[in-house]
Design a protein. Sequence first.
Length: 260
Amino acid sequence: MFDNLVESSSHKDDITRKGSFIGITLLVYSVLFLAFFVAGIYWYDAHLDAQGLELTTLVAPVPIPQQQKEPEQKQEAKPQKVEQNVDIRKELVADVAESRLPPKEISAKASDVPPVRRGVTTMVGTGNSNAAAPMPAGPGAGTIVAPAKVDIADEPPPPEAKPTPPRAPISGGVLNGKAISLPKPAYPPIARAAHASGTVTVQVLIDENGNVVSAHATGGHPLLQAVAIAAARQAKFSPTKLSGQPVKVTGIIQYNFVAQ
């Protein structure tokens, strides 16, 4: 039904006319705006002559040469030599013409120490030197000055060593294998007659030197205890030490008796 649309020529002309009118109007307004803008620039007067502006020129500063500081010469303090006003001698040796000071010994070899000079104060020191400006002394063969005696206080006596408290005996158990000498007890006739036998244990106390100081039987046949105690008192042991100190030892010695 609407396959063929026909646009009227009057409507098309109207659109073309309106478009041309709008374009011309925009162009006219643009030209007028540009003209007013340019004219405003020309008409504006900034009154630069009335503002009193100054022309400033930036000039680079002239480099000032650095003044080289002269190194200050430090005056080193020179040690002042103190003039010696007395003679120094290792020992006082009198001149041969001086009779008041006899020599200590007479020898054919000349002494290395020069004699005391007449009229000069002399002191005993570690060397031999003469005074550059000798100090005058009174009349005589010279003034001999000996160093003052210095009393050194005696050193305090060392503190008295406190005796070490005795230590309790240590237990050694069975001591048969630790003995240096262990005599065997004799078999008494009364025990042989009674056919007594068995093991006798003897409790002993050994001192710091390894000697038995006490012994008593703690077990065994009564007829065999006396000879066992006597044999135990004759036993000898090596000293026992604890932390380097000899100590007493307590233990037992066993004696085995066989019936005969």
